[in-house]
Design a protein. Structure first.
Length: 106
């Protein structure tokens, strides 16, 4: 799986990493949720929550998925960070617009 960097600001929300796992990784590997959970060393319910995009990819989960998929944890953590950042920026848009940037002293 190749890595790529997305330029900000995005006009649409980033994809939750659980969706990538559900739609791309597991089908490509031909694995069921039960088999993937067993190989990851987690419960089926825990994996279902990630795949349903209701729970974030934690550092521990990123380590597990990165090892499982062979692409390391950083990709999964960056996807989760981009997802979280986008949604919090949307929630805080009005509040952030009231904060003035302080210029650097020269």
């Amino acid at each position: 799986m190749a890595e790529y960097f997305v330029q900000r600001p995005l006009k649409r929300p980033p994809v939750h990493p659980g969706e990538v796992l559900r739609e791309d990784v597991l089908p490509a590997l031909g694995l069921s949720v039960s088999e993937a959970a067993r190989r990851l060393g987690i419960s089926r319910q825990q994996l279902h929550r990630v795949l349903a995009c209701t729970h974030p990819i934690t550092i521990e989960m990123a380590l597990r998925i990165g090892k499982f998929a062979g692409n390391g944890p950083r990709l999964w953590l960056r996807m989760q960070q981009a997802y979280d950042l986008w949604y919090v920026e949307q929630q805080m848009k009005d509040e952030l617009s009231k904060i003035e940037s302080v210029p650097l002293a020269e």
